[in-house]
Structure formats: structure tokens, C-alpha cells
Design a protein around this ligand. Structure first.
Ligand code: DCP
Ligand code: MG
Length: 418
């Protein structure tokens, strides 16, 4: 029998990016299956939870009845078809999809499902980098069988490992995800979006010109709205146009590190390893007072404490080598009522003054009619100052407590402020 022609060798590294489909919304559909296929938006307050009618059916809140300043954390694909996306103001969303169902955000539940899907993947492929609540990178390079062709398909082993991972996630959670598998993290992050939802996309280096170059520059994780606008002003809209540009010109326009990175990224080159140790999600400092303090009467003292917390946090950041984009505060009032607020900046910060400024602006969104017993400052969305480019997802700005303005007596107060 004639020898089979050697198939082109698979790359040394096979990296997957797995991203859950419409994650928060899909978790909600697990408990409200009657909403399947309907436009559903997540981002309401507790009062928007469905009510059980006497006949056992549920009555859901409609987007048209929403008032307030909350934003959508995510939406089902049916709602996206109507033009409602993550981070959109809910009142604006109501204009586009008045009949869409509105549900409150239930972070604890999403965190629970996040742990479940990651554990399910870890049983099959343990080299996992945690990238947040609904996405991970997985190093599949050494997974048994992955390099074996299936029939005439040299990528058959890769596809069947991907299918196994997806099945295992589905069994553990009832949820679907999309997977991209390529030689590196940069390409896999792009690839996982190509066939969303419930997709598998395998992409090798030789396919970059055909499949990556036609894409918008925004598909590259690390090209945010600002860089994209600057590229557009230079006449560059697609990844291929970056690839066609002279590296020296890119460096001239964007500086040495970002310009060089743009060139590498547009050619799909990325050597970053899958980092399995978990980086801290956030770093915080807090203090409980000896006696409860009042925002007006004890203003000076509170101001001093607040400044010191920011200085300590800045010290922590420096020692550990981090900076961050999301700054949050935590306040506990007498009676143990706890309030958090946060704010996501465009650029990461690390020094005490910038922290104080950002945390101070969060304070403006708090009502101070009770005495305080605890004050805390937190920084999240962390990166390392040397990182190029910032790894954070610029579009994910609506997470956490700040996704919803304080309910009820939500009067944005400017005073008292300490
Ligand atoms: N999220 C958020 N605020 C945003 C974007 C996202 O709170 N501005 C939350 C809700 C999402 C989850 O993070 O469900 C995951 O974000 P993705 O960008 O992966 O969006 P989805 O999983 O909802 O949809 P997709 O199917 O496009 O991945
Ligand atoms: Mg997702």
C-alpha cells in the first residue's frame, strides 16, 4: 500500500479559548425555561424579579416599564436581534425592544455556574487560565489524541477534543459555549467568536490571510475604541490593512511597544503562555472604625482615613506590581447595611492620588444619612504596568455593583463628601 502523504504538521501549541454563550442570560433561562427564544435583557433591580401568579405561571417585568439609570449586562440573542447589547442603558434598550423581558442580575448564581463550567473543563484539560466569569484559555497541546487525524481530517483530533469539552460543559451546567482553537491565545480569542453561539472554530496559521485579515481591527483583543479610532483616521479598518503596513510606520504612529505589537498581532503572532496560577481579581484595603463616624460631623477624620486607605492600596499595588481600571468603595453603616459602588476608567491607575480621586467620585453616589462603621477601597480589572496592551476587555464596563444606580431615593448627591 502506498504511504499516505504526510499531512502538514500541527503547530507545537494548540490553545483554546472558551467563552460561554450569552452567559448571564443563559443562566437565567435555566430557571425560566418558558423564556427560551424570547428577547430577554439582564440588568434590572430586585424589584424586577418575576412574580408567581396564582395559576403557577410567572409574570415577568417588561423593558417598557423600566425607569432608572441601569444598563444591560447582557441580552439573549433574540434581544440582540432587536439591537439590545451589553452596556446599553435600559431606557434606551426599551425604545428598541419594549416587549423584551427584564430580569435582575444575580451575580451569585452566575459565579456558581462559572465554577461549574471551569471544573468540568478541568477534568478533561487541566491547563486552564481563568480570564473572568465566562471565559478561559486552555492549553490543549498535550491532551491525549488531539494530534490524531480522524479519517481524512488531520484536524479531527482537535475537533473531537473540542466537542468533548463542550459536551462536558453542557452536562455540568446545561449551558452552551463557543470554542476557538489555534496556535495561540490572540487567535483563539478571535476564533471563539467566529461561530458563536455553540460553535467550534479551528484555525491554523496558514488561514490567517483568508480568515483574520478581513476582520475589523476591533476583533483583536487589545485594540480598543481609542486605538481603532486612531487607526481609522489613518485609513486602517481591517486587520489585513495593519498587516500590510510597514512596522516602522506603525511604530512611528503608535510608539515602540504598541506599534510593534500591532504588527505582530496582525500577523497572528503571540507567544504568551497559558498562565495557570490565578492572578488576584482585585486588591482591597478596608478599616472598621473604633466608633461609628458621621459623614458631616466627622468629615475631617473620615477624609484622613479615606486618604490613608488609598495610600495603603497604592503601596500594595506597587509592591505586587499591579495597576487597575475598576475602583470601588465599600461602606458599612450602623445596622450593618453595606453599600458598594465602583467605577471603571479607560486607563489603569496605581498611584494614591488617582485612587483617591476615582474612589472619591464613587462616594458621590452614596446616601449618607446614617453613621459609618467601615470604609474600604478596592481596585480590580488588574494588569501589570509593563503589559502591552492592557488585557482588560474594554467593552465590559457594566459589571458589578455599578451596573445599577442606587434604587429608590437615588439622588446623586455631591455633598457631603469627605
Ligand atoms: N457583562 C457585563 N457587562 C458588559 C459585558 C458583559 O456585565 N458590558 C457580563 C454579562 C455577560 C458576561 O459578562 O453574560 C460575559 O460577557 P460576554 O462578552 O462573553 O457576553 P455574553 O456571554 O453575554 O455573550 P456572548 O455569547 O457574545 O459571549
Ligand atoms: Mg460570553
Amino acid at each position: 500500500m502506498a504511504a499516505e502523504p504526510p499531512s502538514s504538521p500541527l503547530p507545537e501549541r494548540l490553545i483554546a479559548h472558551l467563552d460561554m454563550d450569552a452567559f448571564y442570560a443563559s443562566v437565567e433561562l435555566l430557571r425560566y425555561p418558558e423564556l427560551k427564544g424570547l428577547p430577554v435583557v439582564i440588568g434590572g433591580r430586585r424589584e424586577h424579579a418575576p412574580r408567581l401568579r396564582e395559576d403557577g405561571t410567572r409574570e415577568f417585568a417588561k423593558l417598557r416599564d423600566y425607569t432608572g439609570r441601569g444598563v444591560a449586562t447582557t441580552s439573549t440573542y433574540a434581544a440582540r436581534d432587536l439591537g439590545v447589547f451589553s452596556a446599553m442603558g435600559l431606557m434606551k434598550a426599551a425604545l428598541r425592544a419594549p416587549d423584551a423581558i427584564l430580569l435582575p442580575t444575580d451575580f451569585d448564581r452566575y459565579r456558581h455556574y462559572s465554577r461549574l463550567f471551569k471544573a468540568a473543563v478541568a477534568e478533561l484539560a487541566p491547563v486552564i487560565e481563568d480570564r473572568g466569569i465566562d471565559e478561559i484559555y486552555i492549553d490543549l497541546s498535550a491532551v491525549p489524541g488531539i494530534r490524531e487525524p480522524v479519517g481524512h481530517d488531520p484536524l479531527g483530533g482537535i475537533r473531537s477534543v473540542a466537542r468533548e469539552i463542550k459536551n462536558s460543559v453542557l452536562r455540568a451546567t446545561g449551558l452552551t459555549c463557543s470554542i476557538g482553537i489555534t496556535p495561540n491565545k490572540l487567535l483563539s480569542k478571535i476564533a471563539s467568536e467566529i461561530d458563536k453561539p455553540d460553535g467550534i472554530t479551528v484555525l491554523l496559521a496558514e488561514e490567517i490571510p483568508a480568515r483574520i485579515w478581513p476582520l475589523s481591527v476591533r476583533k483583536i483583543n487589545g485594540i480598543g475604541p481609542k486605538a481603532a479610532a486612531r487607526l481609522a483616521a489613518l485609513g486602517i479598518e481591517t486587520v489585513g490593512q495593519i498587516a500590510a503596513a510597514e512596522p516602522a510606520w506603525l511604530i512611528e504612529q503608535f510608539g515602540k511597544s504598541y506599534g510593534a505589537w500591532l504588527h505582530e498581532a496582525s500577523h497572528g503572532r503571540d507567544n504568551r503562555p497559558v498562565v495557570t496560577f490565578s492572578e488576584p481579581v482585585s486588591i482591597s484595603r478596608e478599616t472598621t472604625f473604633e466608633r461609628d463616624l458621621h459623614a458631616v460631623h466627622d468629615r475631617a477624620e473620615l477624609g484622613r482615613i479615606f486618604t490613608r486607605l488609598c495610600e495603603q492600596l497604592a503601596g500594595d499595588l506597587e509592591r505586587k506590581g499591579y495597576q487597575g481600571r475598576t475602583i470601588g468603595i465599600k461602606l458599612r453603616f450602623e445596622g450593618f447595611h453595606t453599600v458598594t459602588r465602583d467605577l471603571t476608567l479607560d486607563e489603569p491607575i496605581a498611584d494614591a492620588q488617582a485612587l483617591r480621586r476615582a474612589a472619591g467620585s464613587c462616594l458621590k453616589r452614596v446616601n449618607f444619612d446614617k453613621r459609618l462603621r467601615l470604609l474600604g477601597v478596592r481596585i480590580g480589572n488588574l494588569s501589570h504596568p509593563g503589559d502591552a496592551p492592557p488585557a482588560a476587555k474594554a467593552r465590559k464596563t457594566a459589571r458589578g455593583a455599578s451596573a445599577e444606580a442606587p434604587s429608590g431615593a437615588a439622588r446623586p448627591e455631591t455633598l457631603p463628601l469627605f
